[in-house]
Design a protein around this ligand. Structure first.
Ligand SMILES: Nc1nc2c(ncn2[C@@H]2O[C@H](COP(=O)(O)OP(=O)(O)OP(=O)(O)O)[C@@H](O)[C@H]2O)c(=O)[nH]1
Ligand SMILES: [Mg+2]
Length: 370
């Protein structure tokens, strides 16, 4: 009891002293030496029961957490690559794997067939009260046509269309409080495990995509590679990516600090992830595991000793989800926005219709939305 009174008194003295200091400073505009010496060890940090100085800034984190939990996350991944590399299978693996096993039970029992249209698969996943709307955009594979020239166009068009949608929403006079985000936050690009190096078509495709979206390359059907082949192939792909100036995620120039750099360097040393996909579950030691059953054993998809699917999933969801969203918003979308607004300023009009290369809005639709 006595202790408290003494402390209160002390606090009062401190407050009074600081008021006096302010007054003294203001008297003739010349800075005066402080009346009482400042303890160099505390340096103005508010400690313990100094409730007079407590503002509650740290509680902002709780506020942000509560708001984000209520609002939930939206995260959109796109899978791209040659036909038959296992894109649709990997999408199923992702939804069937630990990311969602508890919270959704997708009915994918029917056989996966060739993807002919771009399609979105969406699930709301909930873990410890945090909701995430995970959308995976499955795309038809390329490489089936005799002429594969411009096979990247539908993908580039789709990505840009989502930016355009967002931009138009942002420019509405009565815009929504929360603009639905359909922008592609990450593009998982599938490379065949059978080659020696990056193929010209992959170089061309990734070069174009790398300017508009974050690309995470993966080696598909990695169960066909031995451990040595896998290491060697990964290294060669990294060399080729660098030699061709292909920008893949996480990019060095967007590392925010030394801590980021250390974490991202590890990922950069490990890409492309060698993945295996499946939509089947098998019994291993009494546990149900996602795996591919072969004559010589079961390849466990979520086992890091077998393949790098779990590393890919951790990168996309556990460690870099927010960063992928930030890079999409602050870099890719921003580049798109600036270009579109410059174009329309140059025309002296509002947002003009998109050219084919950018998207598909026709002029009437564009005007009616403005
Ligand atoms: N060995 C092996 N086979 C796989 C793997 N993933 C998928 N497959 C098989 O590859 C075949 C094609 O798989 P899909 O998932 O349809 O391939 P896709 O890339 O979606 O093909 P498109 O829709 O034509 O673009 C199927 O028979 C799958 O069972 C894998 O990791 N390893
Ligand atoms: Mg498919």
């Amino acid at each position: 009891m006595r202790e408290d009174t003494t402390q209160d008194l002390q606090l009062e003295v401190e407050v009074e002293a600081s008021v006096q200091m302010e007054e003294r400073e203001g008297e003739d505009g010349v800075e005066q030496p402080p009346l009482c010496p400042i303890d160099p060890n505390t340096q103005g940090i508010i400690k313990g029961r100094d409730l007079f100085g407590y503002v509650g800034i740290e509680a902002v984190l709780d506020q942000m957490r509560r708001k984000t939990m209520k609002a939930g996350f939206e995260f959109n991944i796109m899978v791209v690559g040659q036909s038959g590399l296992g894109k649709s299978t990997l999408v199923n693996t992702l939804f069937k794997s630990k990311v969602s096993r508890k919270s959704c039970t997708p009915n994918y029992e029917e056989k996966i067939s060739k993807t002919v249209n771009l399609q979105s698969i969406c699930h709301v996943i909930e873990e410890k009260g945090v909701k995430m709307k995970l959308t995976v955009i499955d795309t038809p594979g390329f490489g089936d046509q005799i002429n594969n020239e411009n096979c990247w166009e539908p993908i580039v068009k789709y990505v840009n269309e989502q930016y355009e949608k967002y931009l138009r929403e942002e420019q509405h006079v009565n815009r929504k409080r929360r603009i639905p985000d359909t922008r592609v936050h990450c593009c998982v690009y599938f490379l065949p495990a059978t080659g020696h190096r990056l193929r010209p078509i992959d170089v061309e495709f990734m070069k174009r995509l790398g300017h508009i979206v974050s690309i995470v390359p993966v080696i598909a059907k990695a169960d066909t590679l031995t451990m040595e082949e896998r290491l060697e192939f990964k290294q060669r792909i990294r060399q080729d990516l660098e030699a061709n100036g292909i920008r893949v995620y996480p990019q060095k120039e967007y590392d925010e600090d030394a801590e980021d750099r250390i974490l991202n360097d590890k990922i950069r040393e490990n890409i492309p992830f060698a993945v295996v996909g499946t939509d089947k579950e098998h019994q291993v030691n009494g546990n149900k595991v996602l795996g591919r059953k072969t004559k010589w054993g079961i390849i466990e998809v979520e086992n890091v000793a077998h393949c790098e699917f779990a590393n890919l999933r951790d990168l996309l969801i556990r460690s870099h989800l927010q960063d992928l969203k930030d890079v999409t918003h602050n870099i890719h979308y921003e580049t798109y926005r600036v270009r579109r607004l410059n174009e329309s300023n140059a025309n002296g009009l509002g947002l003009s219709a998109l050219s084919l290369e950018n998207g598909t809005f026709d002029k009437n639709e564009a005007e009616s939305q403005l």
